[in-house]
Design a protein around this ligand. Structure first.
Ligand code: SAM
Ligand code: SF4
Length: 461
């Protein structure tokens, strides 16, 4: 097996400082943590100020055009810096790197390394090539080898764990299959051993990550005697559930096409699996869903939510939705608004459709005019805020279990943490600390957060 990173050689970059700026999804955040781990093993030190760092990595997102454009403006500033400081190493990682490849070097010739998301674990060896004087582009299809590196995690309490990389779906608006490649599942043993390490380090909560986490295991071999796939997300949850010290388990992102009743039953049965589901529906209209190639109907989505609520009445539901998809009529947009009201989402990430390179929908002639998209987004967001406020009212004066994650960065007299349903909660800093599970009575309810006081001290499980 070729090495993923040079052996931890703290002399490799003595005194050099790195900064990583991350755009986009949790996957990118997890990749950045792994890249930071590799750099620290090489002797780099973390630097908050990217204008003072010797190595700057932009870990980019190309899901929408505005995220992509932001990167170019950051890069312009660093390119000017590099003209006066040739020892500065400039790296673009992530989805824009994968999408643009060589052409990024033509646009920003000061760049040293352009690397797609599948190459995150290879950062060390790629930097060695840069050190020997090359400009490097690493965007080829790559078998992601087991992650032997130690991520430098942002949190000491909660951790993300990639369980499946890539996506085999072909949603007609989405750039991810082109940037993140085919699905590659990690083995259950490798995942469990990473979780056991985290538990020994004091982590209390893990979130299993995949672009389409319901696809977990379909590229791994094995069939059960009853003819089922041997490796599914449901089986994985059972397999990791008893790791001692871990109090909470989450997973994201779920796909309505593959979400099973068996999974819902497992979530209800396994006490550490939290009652929160992130299941993007994208549109509340069947014809739009067909054009998006999502592979389910609005009615199937409704039935999933009904089944979840039958098993777990307190479950929180969050989702993603797109407005202004090509051809979307006012009536079809209304169907999305109606679904949002009907389901009562705890949280909804909304976006105006953004045409993306190499995706079918970008070439269609019935694009919705930009001002119409903006107006629909505004109306949907108003509706979302109303629903979130209504949903949060159910917590008023309730006692909830909060896992304390740390201080509120905006108010050092407060701690912040989350409920099992993923609601953000603020409480006065007192005798509790990160990693404590605290019973909190909720006294103030806002659309996107709650505040309260701890009741009976902390407990550990
Ligand atoms: N795999 C997840 C799924 O299928 O729902 C989501 C992955 S994507 C990183 C996150 C969200 O970005 C999507 O759910 C979708 O709402 C949004 N998105 C993707 N492509 C988009 C586009 N071209 N324009 C606007 N929003 C987009
Ligand atoms: Fe993109 Fe669809 Fe894959 Fe999600 S499931 S990452 S929206 S192609």
């Amino acid at each position: 097996m070729p090495p993923l990173a040079p052996a931890a050689d703290p002399a490799a970059a003595p005194g050099r400082r790195y900064a990583i700026t991350t755009f986009g999804c949790q996957m990118n955040k997890a990749d950045s943590e792994r890249m930071a781990g590799i750099l620290e093993a090489m002797g780099y030190r973390h630097e908050e100020d990217e204008l003072a760092a010797d190595l700057v990595i932009y870990n980019t997102c190309s899901i929408r055009d505005n995220a992509e454009q932001k990167v170019y403006s950051y890069l312009g500033r660093q390119a000017r810096r590099k003209r006066h400081n040739p020892r500065l190493t400039l790296v673009v990682a992530g989805c824009v790197a994968q999408q643009e490849g060589e052409s990024l070097l033509r646009r920003v010739p000061e760049l040293d390394l352009v690397m797609g998301p599948q190459h995150a674990n290879r950062l060390g060896s790629l930097l060695e090539q840069v050190e020997s004087g090359h400009q490097v582009v690493a965007t080829g299809e790559h078998q992601i080898l087991e992650d032997v590196t130690r991520p430098r995690r942002e949190s000491r309490v909660t951790a993300w764990i990639n369980v499946i990389y890539g996506c085999n779906e072909r949603c007609t608006y989405c750039v991810v299959p082109a940037t993140r490649g085919r699905e590659q599942s990690r083995t259950p043993q490798a995942i469990r051993s990473e979780i056991e390490t985290l538990a020994r380090q004091g982590y209390r909560e893990i979130t299993l990550l995949g672009q389409n986490i319901d696809a977990y295991g379909r590229d791994l071999p094995g069939i059960t005697p009853s003819g089922r796939r041997r490796h599914t997300l449901t089986d994985l949850l059972h397999f990791i559930h008893d790791v001692e010290g871990i109090a909470r388990i989450r997973f994201a992102t779920s796909h309505p096409r593959y979400f099973t009743e068996r999974l819902i039953a497992a979530c209800a049965e396994l006490p550490k699996v939290c009652e929160h589901f992130h299941i993007p529906f994208q549109s509340g209209d069947d014809q739009v869903l067909r054009h998006m190639a999502r592979g389910y109907t609005v009615d199937r989505y409704r039935r999933i939510i009904r089944t979840i609520r039958r098993h777990m009445p307190e479950a929180a539901i969050s989702a993603d939705a797109i407005v202004g998809f090509p051809g979307e009529t006012e009536a079809q947009f209304h169907n999305t608004m109606a679904l949002v009201e009907e389901i009562g989402f705890d949280q909804l990430n909304t976006a105006a459709y953004s045409p993306r390179p190499h995706t079918p929908a970008a070439t269609w002639t019935d694009q919705v005019p930009e001002p119409v998209k903006v107006e629909r987004l505004r109306r949907l967001n108003t509706c979302v805020e109303r629903c979130a406020r209504r949903c949060n009212q159910r917590y008023a004066q309730q006692v909830v279990e909060v896992l304390v994650e740390g201080r509120n960065p905006k108010d050092p007299d407060q701690l912040m943490g989350r409920t099992r349903t993923n609601r953000l909660v603020f409480l006065p800093a007192g005798s509790h600390g990160p990693g404590d599970l605290v019973s909190v009575r909720i006294e103030a309810v806002r659309p996107f957060s709650l505040s309260g006081c701890s009741l009976i001290g902390s407990r550990t499980v």
